[in-house]
Ligand binder design. Structure first.
Ligand code: NAG
Ligand code: NAG
Ligand code: NAG
Ligand code: NAG
Ligand code: NAG
Ligand code: NAG
Length: 320
């Protein structure tokens, strides 16, 4: 399958600063960095201690390139901005990053949202919001944005709903509750503290991928990624999808991205304390068949990294 090399190129970001820093234990797990590709062709990396971007307007991605920290353009954090672990993209031009934070866990009484406008380089703190998220909103759970409606989605374990934030009107809503019959699977999709890895397909379906339990106290009956929880943002409905083909083993700390031609690439992670093998597996999102591509210039295993699609390239950075 030589076509695959077209879709997969690794952009190595050598990180001189980050490795010298010690992240607080609290935030261990998952990738310390999240990546965002804005409507203005800037690639943002957000970590709790480091926030910068790379301007891709003048950068050719054809071929493996190394971008050292001299090409990182640092963003100044606002002292009053919340340290949200998982920002999300949004705004009219999809060039704003949003930071939703709850003042104390397990209550929605004080959830506030800050935003950074990447075009104006401007922070706005404590936006005025309509509505609020559900009772047990956990602000470190992943978000995914629909760049056509500018709404962002975050799956929450309790009560088993998706919180929806309209990034133009600053309004909270929520999905229907996951049907009782799928509740037993919820553990599997949310057993990784910082998960689940997720993609939004152009059809409006969010796929949530299962993860290996991150602690020994959680057990799962499944050892493969054959079942995929899906939420349709257009019909507000849930479905459990059974995938076939070369089903990958259950893993943790991997990344999932969707390509423009309807495939999902999962990459890296850890399985049973070893590098997940094979490191790259592709899901055809039309028929839900997994396959293992043959790679050219394999990037090898990686875990706790961040990946994002930029045009036809999956750009992976950080991790170990
Ligand atoms: C892109 O490259 C052109 C020509 O080299 C230069 O004039 C321009 O300032 C660059 N833009 C950015 C954003 O670096
Ligand atoms: C942070 O908040 C304080 C108190 O409201 C204010 O004086 C200060 O200007 C704010 N800093 C920034 C960078 O907005
Ligand atoms: C946000 O603003 C509200 C009032 O609009 C205020 O009660 C609350 O304390 C503010 N929160 C933060 C974290 O600044
Ligand atoms: C997992 O296995 C246990 C014990 O074998 C069983 O009680 C439980 O119902 C199973 N869970 C699922 C989701 O199949
Ligand atoms: C994905 O599945 C669809 C529907 O079965 C099929 O038409 C298409 O060829 C498949 N794509 C690849 C790359 O195998
Ligand atoms: C858990 C929760 O907050 N559920 C809410 C979801 O939104 C509907 C209205 O659309 C509310 O009635 C629910 O209470």
């Amino acid at each position: 399958m030589p076509y695959f090399s077209f879709f997969f190129a690794t952009l190595l970001l050598f990180n001189y600063i980050h490795s010298a820093q010690c992240q607080p234990l609290y935030f261990a797990g998952g990738s310390d960095f999240k990546s965002y590709y804005t409507g203005t062709k800037k690639l943002y990396y957000y970590g709790l201690l480091n926030y910068f971007y790379i301007d891709l307007n003048n950068l050719s991605l054809d071929g493996n390139i190394v971008i050292d920290s001299s090409k990182w353009i640092q963003v100044t954090k606002n002292e009053n901005t919340s340290l949200a672990n998982w920002p999300f993209l949004g705004g009219i031009s999809n060039d704003n990053l949003f930071f939703a934070k709850s003042a104390s866990y397990g209550t929605s009484a004080e959830v506030y949202v800050d935003t950074f406008d990447t075009t104006l380089n401007q922070w706005k703190t404590n936006l005025s919001l309509t509505g609020k998220p559900s009772q047990s909103f956990l602000d470190f759970k992943p978000w995914i944005t629909d760049e056509s409606t500018r709404k962002a989605y975050s799956l929450q374990y309790i009560p088993g709903i998706v919180e929806i934030f309209d990034t133009v009107n600053y309004a909270w809503t929520n999905s229907s509750v996951i049907p009782q019959t799928y509740q037993t699977y919820l553990n599997l999709f949310l057993s990784s503290l910082y998960g689940p890895p997720q993609v939004l397909l152009s059809s409006g379906i969010i796929l949530y991928f299962s993860s290996e339990p991150s602690s020994s106290t959680t057990t799962s009956n499944t050892t493969s990624m054959d079942s995929i929880l899906s939420y349709n943002i257009k019909t507000d409905s849930w479905q459990l999808i059974y995938a076939t083909g070369q089903i990958p083993s259950l893993r943790s700390d991997y990344t999932a991205v969707s390509t423009f031609d309807g495939r999902v690439i999962i990459y890296g992670g850890t399985s049973n304390k070893l590098p997940a093998n094979p490191p790259i597996v592709v899901l055809n999102a039309s028929n839900y068949v997994w396959s293992v591509p043959s790679e050219i210039n394999s990037a090898g295993p990686l875990t706790k990294h961040t990946s994002i699609m930029v045009n036809n390239y999956m750009i992976t950075a950080f991790g170990n």
